[in-house]
Design a protein around this ligand. Structure first.
Ligand SMILES: Nc1nc2c(ncn2[C@@H]2O[C@H](COP(=O)(O)OP(=O)(O)OP(=O)(O)O)[C@@H](O)[C@H]2O)c(=O)[nH]1
Ligand SMILES: [Mg+2]
Length: 273
């Protein structure tokens, strides 16, 4: 069985990532209610026995404590701080989180060059630790925004690092593109600079257009308000933000991020599960 590691960079990357982990757990709980740590779960989660931390995670046993195969990077503390205090906190050890204080100020070069060089060793270290917990590492999933300084600059720096350090492992990148009315004035420049790196260093890019997400969320809300839900979208389906999930109070991007998380879950679904 193969495993994947998720590397989420910047505010957007981490917020989308959290919706992904939430939905992955809910989806798994829906199809497997026996509480057994199976192969499907092992592709994205470790099953850590607190009494023997570092031991191998063999499948078939009971779920004890799940840890996401993830590295979380943001050069601002806010979003990572919320994750550490939020409902998904038990999925992450604080060492899996790498942060600074002030962010990249929407500046690609600060993310790529300044923070890239400063945090290079720490990021490689954490990715290597995550990789050491895998029997057969197949893929890296990088999630980031093209508009923010950290997402676009440091995100693409991390992509290059992954290529340098793990050339055999496939790099799948989910890149969130800004809308035309984006409030980050530098987002078009950041996107162009990041795009060059994506073309050179990614194996596969899943471009996500924020404007399309806004439109889809608007359509779902319209269908929901006019009672038309049910013909194409079921009432309890996971694409409808947060319902049944761990997030009780919905944040501004949650509905949009749920759509991206669904997309990621669908491409990683194991046939027959
Ligand atoms: N879909 C989606 N887009 C987001 C989210 N958060 C921010 N964005 C978009 O991402 C861009 C801004 O990037 P951020 O990820 O906030 O910035 P960052 O990577 O943290 O970089 P700095 O703040 O400059 O250090 C804008 O285009 C936002 O509209 C989110 O949770 N979901
Ligand atoms: Mg930020």
């Amino acid at each position: 069985m193969t495993q994947s590691i998720v590397v989420q960079v910047g505010q957007c990357g981490n917020q989308v990532g959290c919706r992904f982990w939430d939905l992955a757990l809910r989806e798994h709980a829906h199809v497997n209610q026996t509480g057994v740590y199976d192969e499907a779960l092992s592709s994205f989660f470790r099953n850590v026995d607190q009494r023997r931390e570092g031991g191998a995670d063999s499948t078939g046993g009971r779920i004890t404590s799940l840890k996401a195969r993830a590295v979380l990077v943001d050069m601002e503390e806010g979003v990572l701080g919320e994750i550490l205090q939020g409902p998904l906190r038990s999925l992450f050890n604080s060492t899996q989180l790498i942060s600074d204080v002030s962010g990249s100020g929407n500046n690609w070069a600060v993310g790529h060059h300044t923070y890239g060089l400063t945090y290079r060793e720490q990021i490689v270290d954490q990715v290597r630790k995550a990789a050491e917990h895998c029997d057969c590492l197949q893929c890296f999933f990088l999630i980031h925004s093209m508009g923010g300084g950290t997402g676009s600059g440091l995100g693409t720096f991390v992509l290059k690092l992954l290529e340098e350090e793990f050339p055999e492992i496939c790099r799948i990148v989910t890149s969130v593109y800004p809308t035309a009315e984006d409030d980050v004035i530098t987002s078009p420049y950041n996107s162009v600079l990041a795009m060059k790196e994506l073309t050179e260093h990614a194996d596969c890019v899943l471009p996500v257009d924020n404007q399309s997400l806004v439109d889809i969320v608007g359509k779902i809300q319209y269908m929901s308000n006019t009672g038309k839900l049910g013909c194409t979208i079921k009432k309890d389906c996971t694409i409808i933000s947060g319902q049944g999930g761990v997030v009780k109070v919905e944040k501004p991007f949650d509905a949009m991020n749920n759509i991206v998380a669904n997309l990621l879950l669908n491409i990683t679904r194991i046939p027959g599960v």
